[in-house]
Design a binder for this molecule. Structure first.
Ligand SMILES: Cc1ncc(COP(=O)(O)O)c(C=O)c1O
Length: 395
């Protein structure tokens, strides 16, 4: 007897976690279009438009601005393996899980890694980066830092650190996985030499691609390497020839994911970056007001450094994390994220990104969360929470 498989029928979920998040129907629809071959001139035109729209979103004129095949970690690895060689020195800023991952990758590249750390929930202090340069025993090739630390909800200011890196002749590498398309990020104006993101966060696209951009200085480093890039699959010196004028085959482009990314970027272009950033900030402000009116608190204490895309709420004493999240999923179909690393069991991670960043979602989530808390005997004032959020919306 052959095993019978049921027709695939995913249940409806409202994705309000750290990603993936909601995807617009028009993005899902374009994925079902017929395939082109990856060297068909009609498809190459689509890739050109995708690069154009990525440059708009990254706020850059960098020629090498492309979607790498793979999720955000592939983008992280692309930047690290292309820029670092055995024996290079790298300053890596660590204030959460993704800074740790970046450090691990630099280490795997054979670099001498100098860590600059900050407590979870806090930003990296530029003075500490300055000190790290001073104490380094030789030339530092790059500084790696996370713009939007998804494990803590911290938004890292970058301009000052960029200046310090430049003064010391080092490249600035930025992780923008949870900021691109939701939080202002100016690659050219802020002097960022290399940056990567992921499609499943504020770009509101399914997971599977990792947009990467590299400026002239980073490309010089790439072309002056003494050794081959350790990874064949992520070697930009070859991949750039598929995305550049020559259009040389390297690996098969993920055709339908590129359709999806083009459509998701088009939505961003139509909305406009400024409007989009404002929308993300407004929905986050309303959510935070509601949370505080409920008597809960945010894990990032300093308002200025809170990410609007990823909101970390401290779990009140006596409330069980998993019971509450399971309740939200069972009763409301809502997914939120739990804490990672030092924040495991201590925070909820609420993603209000892209299509998920909506007034309806904020009001629904505040009430659903209030219900989940009440189920565990933690009474909160739903009315006050809704009213506080509405006050933000209605000015
Ligand atoms: C800041 C940051 N960097 C890197 C990654 C890795 O991305 P992925 O899980 O898509 O490989 C994530 C994923 O959540 C992230 O939030």
């Amino acid at each position: 007897m052959k095993k019978e498989y049921k027709k695939l029928a995913p249940e409806n979920r409202l994705l309000l976690g750290p990603g993936p998040v909601e995807v617009a129907p028009r993005v899902l629809n374009v994925m079902s279009n017929p395939l082109y071959g990856h060297l068909d001139s009609k498809f190459l035109e689509i890739t050109n438009e995708t690069m154009e729209l990525l440059r708009y979103t990254f706020q850059t004129t960098n020629q090498l601005t492309i979607p790498m095949s793979g999720t955000g970690s592939a983008g992280m690895e692309t930047v690290m393996v292309n820029l670092l060689e055995e024996g290079d020195r790298a300053i890596i800023c660590v204030n959460g899980v993704f800074g740790q991952r970046l450090r691990d990758m630099a280490d795997r590249c054979g670099a001498e890694v100098i860590s600059v750390e900050a407590p979870w929930g806090k930003t990296i202090d530029p003075e500490d980066v300055k000190k790290a340069f001073k104490n380094a025993s030789g030339k530092v090739k790059l500084v790696g830092i996370v713009h939007a630390e998804t494990s803590t909800g911290v938004k890292q200011p970058l301009e000052e650190i960029s200046k310090i890196a430049k003064e010391n002749g080092a490249l600035l590498v930025v992780d923008a996985v949870t900021s691109l398309g939701g939080v202002d990020l100016k690659i050219d104006d802020w002097g960022i030499d290399a940056c990567y993101s992921g499609t499943q966060k504020a770009l509101s696209c399914p997971p599977g691609l990792s947009p990467v951009t590299m400026g002239e200085e980073a490309l010089k480093v790439l072309s002056n390497r003494k050794t081959k890039v350790q990874s064949w699959y992520l070697d930009l010196s070859m991949i750039k020839n598929y995305w550049g004028k020559e259009r040389v085959y390297h690996h098969t482009a993920p055709i339908n994911m590129i359709y999806a990314l083009r459509e998701a970027l088009l939505i961003i272009y139509e909305e406009g970056l400024e409007e989009r950033f404002k929308r993300h900030q407004l929905n986050s402000d309303a959510f935070v007001s509601g949370i505080e009116a409920m008597g809960l608190s945010m894990a990032v204490k300093d308002k200025e450094y809170r990410l609007p895309t990823l909101n970390t709420v401290s779990i009140p004493e006596g409330v069980n994390d998993i019971t509450a999240r399971t309740y939200l999923l069972d009763k409301y179909g809502i997914e939120i994220g739990g804490g990672l690393g030092d924040f495991k069991g201590k925070v909820w991670r609420i993603g209000l990104m892209g299509e998920s960043s909506k007034r309806n979602n904020v009001i629904l989530l505040l009430n659903a969360l209030g219900d989940a808390l009440m189920q565990q005997g933690h009474r909160v004032d739903f009315g006050a929470a809704t009213e506080a959020a509405l006050k933000v919306y209605n000015g």
